[in-house]
Ligand binder design. Structure first.
Ligand code: HEM
Length: 427
C-alpha cells in the first residue's frame, strides 16, 4: 500500500529511486498481492516478447466497470486474438487518414469560438475537442450530436476508474459514485445498442466510422463480433482514447506556448496540407514534437500484467499470481538511452540528424508493446499532430501561470492548466 501511495504522490522519484537502488527487478507484498517492478529496456524487451506468460483480465480488472467484459484490454488468449483481428480494420492507415479530416474540423470549430484576450485552460479545451472528435469518428455525425450527454455519462463511469485499485474495491461495496458509474455505463451501452439496431434497419453504405467498420468486420469463417462485443469495443475505445490523448495534448500545448520558435516551425510545416498523416512524405518538426511529448510525458506512467506462470529474469524468480508493472516513464528518461533526457528536443527524432538513433520498441513505449500494444497508437498520434498543427497555424497564445506538476498514473497530466491567453486568432 505504501508503495502505491509513494507512486501516486511522486511517480517520477519513486520509480527512479527503485531502479537505481534495486536494479531491473524488485518487488513488494506477498502472495496474490505481490507487485513486481520490471524496469528498464531489457525488462521491457523480455515482457513484450513473452506475452504467453501474462494475463490482462485480472491486471486490468478496475477497467471492467467502464470497458465491459469483452474489451480488448481485459481479454486473454484466443478471445483476445480473435477480437483484436476483428477490431484492427477500423485502425488501418487508410481509415485513420479519413478520421483526420473529422478531427481537423472539430479542432477548427473549437478555435472559432476563442476570442482575443480570453484565458483558456488548454487541458480542458483539448479534452473537449478530443472527446467530440473521438465520438464523431467512432459513431458518425448522428450520435456525435449527443456528445455532451454521452461525455457526461462516461465521465461518471471514468471517475471510478481513475482511482487506486484498493479504493475502487471499497467503492464497489455500494458507494453512490459506484452505482452512478454502473448506471451511466448501462445508459451509454443502451444508446450504442440502439444505434446498432437502427443501422441494421436503415443500412448506410457510406458510413465509414469505427462503429460501421466493427459491424462489418468478418473473420476467416465469415463470423463477426457479437453485439455485446461491439458495444464493449466502442465504449472501451472512447475510454482508452480520450483521457490519455487529452493528457498528452496538455503537455504538447505547453511546449508550444512556451517556445515561440517551436510554434513557428510547427505552423510553417502545417501549411503543407493534403498529405497522408499516417504516411508523411518527410520528417517534420511536429512529428518530432509529438514523439518528444510522448517520451517525456507518457500518459501511461506504468502498464500492468498478471503473471500466469512463474519465470526467471535477471537471476530473480518471479512467482505466478504476482502483478507485474513496467514503466514507459522511467525508460523514457534514462540518460543511458537518451542524451540530455529531460530536455524536450524534437530534432532528436530527425532521421537526417548526424546523431540520430532510432529507438527500439523496448526503449520508446508510450503505447506499451507486445500482443496488447495500443490499437489506437496511430490514431492518437494523428490526433495530436492535427491539434498542434491547427493551433500553431491559427492561434497566437501567451502562457499564463500554470501548475505543471504531473498527476495521475494511467493518464498523467498537469495538475492545473496549462493556461494561456489568446493573443490573436486567424479567422
Ligand atoms: C496518447 C494516447 C494514448 C496512450 C498513451 C495510450 C497508451 C496505451 C497503453 C500503454 C496501452 C496498454 C498496452 C500494454 O499494456 O502493452 C494501451 C492499450 C490500448 N489502447 Fe491506447 N493509448 C492512447 C490512445 C488510444 C486511443 C486514441 C485509442 C482508441 C481510439 C486507444 C485504444 C486502446 C486499446 C483498445 C487498448 C487495448 C489493446 C489490446 O489490449 O489489445 N488508445 N494504450
Amino acid at each position: 500500500m505504501r508503495e502505491a501511495v509513494d507512486l501516486a504522490v511522486s511517480p517520477r522519484e519513486s520509480l527512479d529511486v527503485r531502479y537505481r537502488r534495486f536494479g531491473p527487478v524488485s518487488s513488494a507484498g506477498f502472495g496474490p498481492l505481490r507487485v513486481v517492478w520490471l524496469l528498464g529496456p531489457e525488462a521491457n524487451r523480455f515482457v513484450f516478447a513473452h506475452s504467453e506468460l501474462f494475463g490482462w483480465r485480472e491486471a486490468f480488472d478496475p477497467l471492467v466497470v467502464v470497458d465491459g467484459e469483452t474489451a480488448l484490454i481485459v481479454s486473454d488468449g484466443a478471445d483476445h486474438e480473435r477480437r483484436r483481428r476483428l477490431v484492427m480494420p477500423a485502425f488501418t492507415r487508410h481509415a485513420i487518414d479519413g478520421y483526420a479530416e473529422i478531427i481537423r474540423s472539430n479542432v477548427d470549430a473549437a478555435i472559432d469560438t476563442w476570442q482575443p484576450g480570453q484565458v483558456l485552460n488548454l487541458y480542458t479545451e483539448m479534452r473537449r475537442v478530443i472527446r467530440r472528435s473521438t465520438i464523431a469518428t467512432l459513431f458518425g455525425p448522428r450520435l456525435a450530436e449527443e456528445e455532451p450527454e454521452l461525455g457526461r455519462l462516461l465521465q461518471h463511469a471514468l471517475a471510478v476508474v481513475d482511482r487506486l485499485a484498493p479504493w475502487q474495491q471499497l467503492q464497489r461495496l455500494g458507494a453512490p459514485s459506484w452505482r452512478r458509474a454502473v448506471a451511466s455505463r448501462a445508459e451509454v451501452a443502451a444508446r450504442v445498442q440502439a444505434e446498432i439496431e437502427r443501422r441494421r434497419r436503415e443500412p448506410d453504405a457510406d458510413a465509414y466510422d469505427v462503429l460501421a467498420r466493427l459491424m462489418n468486420s468478418q473473420d476467416g469463417d465469415r463470423s463477426g463480433l457479437h453485439d455485446v462485443e461491439i458495444v464493449d469495443q466502442v465504449i472501451s475505445l472512447i475510454a482508452a482514447g480520450y483521457e490519455t490523448t487529452s493528457a498528452a495534448a496538455a503537455w504538447a500545448m505547453h511546449a508550444l506556448i512556451t517556445d515561440p520558435q517551436l510554434a513557428r516551425r510547427v505552423s510553417a510545416a502545417a501549411e503543407d496540407t493534403g498529405r497522408s498523416l499516417t504516411r508523411p512524405a518527410e520528417w517534420r518538426c511536429v512529428d518530432g514534437l509529438v514523439s518528444e511529448v510522448l517520451r517525456l510525458h507518457p500518459p501511461a506512467v506504468l502498464t500492468a500484467r498478471k503473471v500466469l506462470e512463474s519465470f526467471e529474469f535477471d537471476g530473480v524468480q518471479v512467482p505466478a499470481r504476482s502483478t507485474l508493472l513496467i514503466s514507459p516513464y522511467l525508460t523514457h528518461r534514462l540518460p543511458e538511452l537518451w542524451p540530455r533526457p529531460l530536455q524536450l528536443d524534437p530534432d532528436r527524432w530527425n532521421p537526417t540528424a548526424p546523431d540520430h538513433r532510432r529507438p527500439g520498441p523496448h526503449e520508446f513505449l508510450p503505447f506499451g508493446g507486445g500482443s496488447h500494444r495500443c490499437i489506437g497508437a496511430a490514431f492518437a498520434t494523428v490526433e495530436l499532430t492535427v491539434l498542434l498543427e491547427c493551433v500553431a497555424r491559427r492561434v497566437t497564445l501567451s502562457p499564463e501561470p500554470s501548475d505543471m506538476t504531473p498527476v495521475g498514473l494511467a493518464a498523467m497530466r498537469p495538475r492545473r492548466g496549462p493556461f494561456a491567453r489568446v493573443v490573436a486568432v486567424d479567422r
